[in-house]
Design a protein around this ligand. Structure first.
Ligand SMILES: [Zn+2]
Length: 441
């Protein structure tokens, strides 16, 4: 891809949004300016992936007014004066969605490195994570936790205001974790006192869980991330251990629902997965050691499995992965991929989540080829990152497919990803909310 061009487009769009802030027109703006209708753009799509119906169409026209899609079809009339974007030699599909990212953290193999930087240094260092994710074709992410609590809320809002570029973010605010648990900053001597934001989500009873969720709702979280079992990438943790009890998990789901929020549960161990499904979480993250009963329960409850089956490649190949993490990981990679195959065959709802940050940000799409290798059709893999992801996040009316009334979140690739899913690793066109962020010549 032509990086310089992409960055130019991105920079131009930042300046455009700074010059005309979306909030309020200045009081003195001429009446004609205030009344100006939003710009109209027509995209000519050579091939078009209709994820709602699971089919591929030829020669579609997508009409966009402002930030929204107005019409889609083969015979849509293009109004006079509309800007035309010619993607007639490309395959056009909805903006991709990753349901498991960590954009607002340092992308560092050693979590303790966060102690070497101030919160504000971490926030600046994380800006490129958001930019490369958008330019890779991911126009929305569900970001599922951050060590520096609320950095993700700030990043979401900075993107929404056009201060930095990145995907539309739905954020957790912090990790809800037991003390010294999977989402805690562990590996320190007991006499070290952490600042507030590095242990914000610690909770050790149903009532403490509720208290943290109430605070996070007040501080701007969109959803709640709870850690049901131990973790691979946490010092002193055992992925096979149970951390929160069923009672605590139920309290989390109930309290989150009081604020209109859903809960996602990190879980590797089979019992921890089942505890979380029974408690009513919306998705299981990793779902590594899910057993047959867990698969049946997920199907029965309509729980999504958000399985990061690619990042193993990065954990094992990165020279920087701490030795204890490699040990936790040793017996988990292949079982997770086998269980992914079982879950797909059983017809469990599946979403696309990579745990980006474990692998470098911006290579999220590499997981598609693994999803196909382990049992999905290319269409199912694309649906997991579009319609299914939008359903899991709770906004299928806003994004997830190219349809009238939805946000104009559109990407395009050369070739046909239904024939070669790896085409998605090279996205050549990215539009978010009607604005072009990348268009390779
Ligand atoms: Zn994660």
């Amino acid at each position: 891809m032509n990086k310089n061009f992409a960055l130019l487009v991105a920079a131009a769009s930042i300046f455009a949004s700074l010059a005309c802030p979306a909030q309020q027109p200045p009081a003195a703006a001429p009446a004609a300016l205030q009344a100006a209708p939003p710009a109209v753009t027509a995209i000519r799509a050579g091939k078009f992936i209709d994820v709602d119906k699971g089919r591929e169409l030829d020669n579609q026209i997508i009409l966009i007014r402002g930030s929204k899609i107005e019409a889609v079809g083969a015979n849509v009339a293009i109004p006079e004066g509309a800007a035309i974007i010619d993607l007639s030699k490309m395959t056009v599909l909805p903006g991709l969605i990753d349901c498991h990212t960590h954009l607002a953290d340092l992308a560092d193999a050693e979590p303790l490195n966060v102690l070497q930087r101030s919160a504000v240094e971490t926030a600046y260092a994380a800006i490129p994570n958001a930019a490369v994710t958008l330019l890779a074709g991911f126009t929305t992410v569900r970001d599922v936790g951050v060590y520096r609590a609320l950095n993700d809320v700030a990043m979401r809002d900075a993107i929404a205001r056009g201060l930095i570029i990145g995907p539309r973010m739905y954020v957790a605010g912090a990790y809800i974790t037991i003390s010294q648990g999977a989402g805690a900053m562990t590996g320190l001597a007991p006499d070290i006192q952490l600042p507030w934001d590095l242990h914000y989500g610690e909770a050790n009873s149903p009532w403490e869980v509720r208290q943290k969720i109430r605070e996070l709702a007040h501080r701007g979280a969109d959803h709640i991330k709870i850690l049901s079992t131990g973790a691979v990438l946490t010092h002193g943790s055992n992925p096979k251990s149970i951390e929160f009890t069923p009672e605590e998990l139920r309290a989390a789901v109930e309290e989150a629902a009081n604020f209109g929020m859903r809960v996602e549960a990190h879980a590797h161990a089979a019992e921890g997965i089942k505890n979380a499904i029974r408690a009513g979480v919306a998705s299981i993250e990793h779902a590594t050691l899910i057993d047959d009963e867990g698969i049946a329960l997920a199907k029965q409850h309509g729980t999504y499995l958000d399985m990061d089956i690619y990042d193993e490649e990065c954990i094992q190949s990165s020279g920087a992965t701490p030795a204890d993490f490699l040990q936790h990981d040793a017996e988990l990679a292949e079982p997770q991929r086998r269980n992914f195959t079982k879950a797909v065959r059983a017809g469990v709802k599946m979403s696309f989540g990579t745990d980006a940050g474990v692998c470098p940000h911006g290579i999220n799409a590499r997981q598609f080829a693994f999803m196909v290798k382990y049992g999905m059709t290319p269409m199912q893999a694309i649906q997991s990152a579009t319609v299914n992801a939008a359903d899991l996040i709770g906004h299928p009316e806003l994004f997830g497919s190219i349809a009238a009334g939805k946000s104009a979140d559109i990407v395009a690739v050369n070739g046909n990803p239904l024939a070669d899913i790896r085409e998605l690793e090279h996205v050549h066109f990215v539009m978010k909310e009607g604005k072009v962020f990348k268009q390779d010549p």
